[in-house]
Design a protein around this ligand. Structure first.
Ligand code: SAM
Length: 396
């Protein structure tokens, strides 16, 4: 495959159709930049690149998730992930005396399918499985997948367009928090500057300006939290949208548990002095790299999650942290071994396939350590087993 000379990540070159799509998205963003006097904040750029109506990466029809797309998520890798999540849901619903499941950002519907199958096996299917999806394209794919793989549950799945009110049950969101647009900052002359996006000779480029007061204050508050001032040259991201998103979800929950799974770390690790270039991660055709300005509309742009921020926003909304564990511990504590009962009686080729899935989900160098699950609870609810052993909530 030809590689892209622009990139030290040896990225493949987009095909002509994808390139034409990205050119349209670029022209759209360029117009916004011009209207805005020559630059926009990075969070605005990320928002348009991912969600511009009918055009952004999530809004348009690119494959995105799965082998033909740009990245795979845990539920896409294996139904084992959703089956373990379903065990935690069953544990919570037994305490709340029933309730519903709510999944914001359901991707291709893979997680919904495996959760519904396992809940049916456990005989605790909820009356409703709610999905809130911002991408019209993915919403269609979710419905088609559920209709084809578990048609018997389709009438329980409801697509909603705003957060439910007075929700009781379990909210589960996998890899949604990382898709929320972030702002980027750099310290120059002991002052906070904002990384903005401008255009030069047909290419998006970074431009720096003194940070507006809300961003400056946000960054200065982080320094207070971590007891350290950032040094000149330090660059990172802040996700003000993440805090609002968590607060809104928590406010919607009257009783139950919220499970958020994503790649991320505690605030002290996020803003460690040696982490001088931040946490952006982009995905293009299964290549991960760190240049979010390349090919808007055809590559995924994400930022690792500051889980302390999640915990803080949740506690401000009156929810407690029920646990914070790495994905490997979430799966092992939560019943992965039981899910593998009968493994040795499977045909060899299935055993090999399952073993490969388990490795991807659990090995530290794969998803096991980088991904964490935080559980938030409201009401008199015991934490689900997956969150109990190796809890790192004290780090948040
Ligand atoms: C990386 S994908 C993860 C999909 C799926 N949860 C999985 O694990 O396979 C991110 C998903 O979140 C959706 N999304 C992003 N922001 C959202 C928001 N604010 N509310 C609901 N969905 C959102 C995207 O459209 C997409 O479905």
């Amino acid at each position: 495959m030809k590689s892209n000379p622009e990139s030290r990540f040896n990225l493949p070159i987009p095909d002509a159709e994808s390139k034409a799509h990205s050119d349209r998205v670029s022209a759209y963003i360029c117009q916004i930049i011009e209207k805005n006097g020559g630059s926009i904040s990075f969070s605005e750029f990320m928002h348009h690149a991912l969600y511009a109506p009918g055009m952004g990466y999530y809004a348009a029809g690119a494959a995105k998730l799965g082998r033909a797309g740009d990245f795979v998520t845990a539920p896409e890798i294996s139904p084992l992930f959703g089956r373990v999540v379903a065990r935690q849901i069953a544990f919570v619903l037994a305490q709340t005396g029933g309730g519903e499941v709510f999944e914001p950002g359901a991707g291709t519907g893979a997680l919904a399918v495996s959760i519904l199958e396992k809940l049916a096996e456990l005989d605790v299917l909820p009356g409703r499985y709610l999905i809130l999806e911002v991408s019209a394209d993915l919403k269609e794919r979710q419905e088609a997948r559920i209709r084809s793989e578990v048609p018997q549950f389709l009438d329980r799945v409801h697509w909603i367009s705003e957060l439910p009110a007075d929700f009781k049950g379990v909210v589960v969101a996998n890899e949604v928090a990382d898709a929320i647009p972030v702002d980027r900052f750099r310290i120059f002359d002991d002052e906070v500057w904002e990384a903005r996006v401008s255009m030069e000779r047909g290419k998006f480029v970074w431009q720096f300006a003194i940070a507006p007061e809300p961003l400056r204050e946000f960054v200065r508050n982080i320094e207070i939290d971590i007891d350290r001032a950032f040094k000149n040259g330090y660059e990172s991201e802040v996700s003000r949208g993440l805090g609002n998103w968590v607060t809104d979800i928590c406010n919607a929950v009257q009783e139950g548990v919220v499970l958020l799974v994503d790649y991320g770390v505690s605030r002290r690790e996020y803003y460690a002095s040696e982490r001088v270039q931040g946490w952006l991660r982009c995905h293009f055709r299964h290549h991960a790299h760190d240049n979010p300005l390349l090919w808007p509309g055809i590559q995924d742009i994400t930022a690792w999650v500051d889980f302390s921020m999640v915990a803080k926003s949740a506690s401000a909304a009156g929810m407690a942290v029920a646990g914070y564990v790495s994905q490997v511990h979430f799966l092992l504590n939560g019943g992965l071994e039981d899910e593998l009962n009968g493994f040795t009686s499977l045909p060899l080729v299935e055993q090999i396939e399952l073993a490969a899935q388990v490795k991807l989900l659990t090995l530290p160098a794969e998803m096991g350590e980088n991904f964490k699950c935080i559980g938030l609870s409201r009401g008199d609810i015991m934490a689900p087993p997956a969150l109990l052993a190796s809890d790192r909530a004290h780090l948040l």
